[in-house]
Write a protein that binds this ligand. Structure first.
Ligand code: UN1
Length: 483
């Protein structure tokens, strides 16, 4: 019998008013049911919002350093339980245990970083034009914020929204993606154990179209931070900003790595595989286009294919495995459809391309690491986000064409270049339309102490992480004091 998990509202565990649940399945083995979660209704979301509203005055009255101390305590609890949390993460999301442990450690770092922010949540003072006047600003919380988080980083993304939201003095309703809700629940439990007062953090599971939509539409939710697909994010942004709320959406990417003729090709191959294939390509920061100088494209591709052929795909619990499954059947079909479309539009499939059917991989949603060559920049394969282990290799005549191809997509999250020419690298940093720029490092990865986010269709609203993360979760009040 698998366990039934409940919503957490006003400090109490509760069933949904719907009386319905949905199953959380292990993507590496679909007969392994991790548990049932509440299929929450709009009414459940409204109860969670009311609980958050009620808890708001007391929470904002607690000083920011004290709020920070609670986050630090939660960090210690996650650290204590890291092994179990990471195992449950792998079981529900599919990434390898090593990746799950690294992500859980990242959540610890995030809570520690924002714990410190409790002592730095400062405003500014300015000279007043008038005498005997103290002119200063303070940061105030928004009130109730809604957080809608994705399945692909089921602990890091909830952490990087929760920590700045809470330290800034907001109360929260968190709705994680239905494909990986247990890990978010583990974070909620850690914060409750750390002593977060009842109602400060409320947790509901269920469909984005019902519970998530209520968070977007409800005027009691002053701010909503979302990470997920482009289509859903654009809808949320329109809904929240349309009613005068504040919205922050982190959405898709179509991230390139440029490989110039002077690049260290072994390094270029490693960076490409790291960005495109690890975590099964299921990162908004994943590399999906390798834009390679024609003089080295043949050699780069040969070395890439050799490495790709050696990748071990399987259940992420197995320490020998390097790549886990995709998250579910819908995603599997989306990835396979993108691969088919790539073949139809004339790209040449050089590795992978199919579902893995050999036992025991037939029990899960496994896709072969896939490489396309002879890709043209305007093909769908080079334009649309795939969110799977698929890399498109595009040959170009030089730096100019590389930058032009790199920028010719609607997204602008992350971009990398591999070169030993520092001037070219800096010119790339100047001209690339991306919020995250990597020089001789992969398109993936995000350190907590610096801003994270994209340009163009990748992001709307202010940046996450770093000191600027609190910009979204606070509003500034300017005070004139004449004495
Ligand atoms: C990373 O590259 O390690 O949902 C972080 C995502 C991003 C996080 C990427 N918000 O994929």
């Amino acid at each position: 019998m698998s366990e039934t998990y409940q919503n957490f509202i006003a400090g109490k565990w509760a069933d949904s008013a719907s009386g319905k649940t949905f199953d959380n399945i292990n993507p590496a083995n679909t007969s392994d049911v991790i548990g049932s979660f509440q299929d929450s209704t709009a009414d459940d979301a409204r109860s969670a919002i009311s609980a958050a509203r009620e808890a708001a005055p007391e929470w904002r009255a607690l000083s920011a350093p004290r709020r920070g101390q609670l986050l630090a305590r939660a960090a210690r609890i996650i650290e204590r339980d890291l092994d179990r949390i990471a195992r449950e993460l792998t079981r529900e999301e599919g990434k390898t245990l090593a990746e799950a442990k690294a992500e859980t450690s990242r959540a610890v770092q995030i809570f520690d970083y924002f714990a410190g922010e409790g002592r730095r949540l400062s405003g500014e003072t300015a000279p007043s034009e008038f005498g005997r006047t103290l002119l200063y600003t303070v940061r105030e919380p928004l009130g109730v914020v809604g957080l809608i988080t994705p399945w692909n980083f089921p602990i890091a993304v909830p952490a990087w929204k929760l920590a700045p939201a809470l330290v800034s003095g907001n109360t929260v309703v968190l709705k994680p993606a239905s494909a990986a809700p247990l890990t978010a629940l583990n974070v909620v439990k850690a914060l409750a154990e750390a002593g977060l007062p009842d109602g400060v953090l409320n947790f509901i599971t269920g469909s984005g179209a019902v519970a998530g939509a209520e968070l977007a539409a409800n005027t009691g939710v002053a701010g909503l931070s979302f990470t997920g697909s482009d289509v859903v994010g654009s809808g949320i942004y329109a809904c929240v900003s349309g009613r005068g709320g504040k919205a922050q959406c982190e959405m898709g990417g179509k991230n390139p790595i440029i490989i110039l003729a002077d690049a260290d090709l072994d390094k270029a191959v490693n960076l490409s595989i790291n960005g495109a294939i690890w975590s099964t390509g299921q990162k908004c920061t994943a590399t999906s286009r390798a834009i390679v100088h024609k003089d080295v494209a043949g050699e780069y591709t040969a070395r890439l294919l050799e490495q790709v052929a050696a990748i071990r795909v399987g259940d992420g619990m197995d320490p020998a495995v390097q790549v886990g499954p995709v998250i579910d059947e819908v995603q599997l079909n989306t990835v396979l459809a993108s691969i088919e479309a790539g073949k139809e539009e004339g790209a040449r499939l050089a590795a992978g391309g199919g579902k893995m059917t050999e036992a025991p991989l037939d029990q899960g949603f496994f896709v072969e690491p896939t490489v396309f060559v002879d890709v043209k920049g305007d093909m769908q394969l080079a334009q649309e986000e795939i969110f799977g282990p698929v890399l498109a290799v595009i040959a170009v005549t030089g730096f100019e064409e590389a930058v032009q191809v790199a920028n010719s997509v609607r997204f602008g999250l992350s971009a990398a270049i591999c070169t030993s020419d520092i001037s070219r690298a800096m010119e790339f940093a100047d001209r690339i339309e991306a919020g995250l720029v990597h020089i001789n490092s992969p398109t993936v990865g995000a350190e907590v102490q610096v801003p994270f986010g994209g340009m163009k269709a990748s992001s709307t609203g202010t940046r996450e992480q770093g000191r600027v993360a609190v910009d979204f979760y606070t509003q500034i009040k300017t005070v004139y004091l004449e004495y």
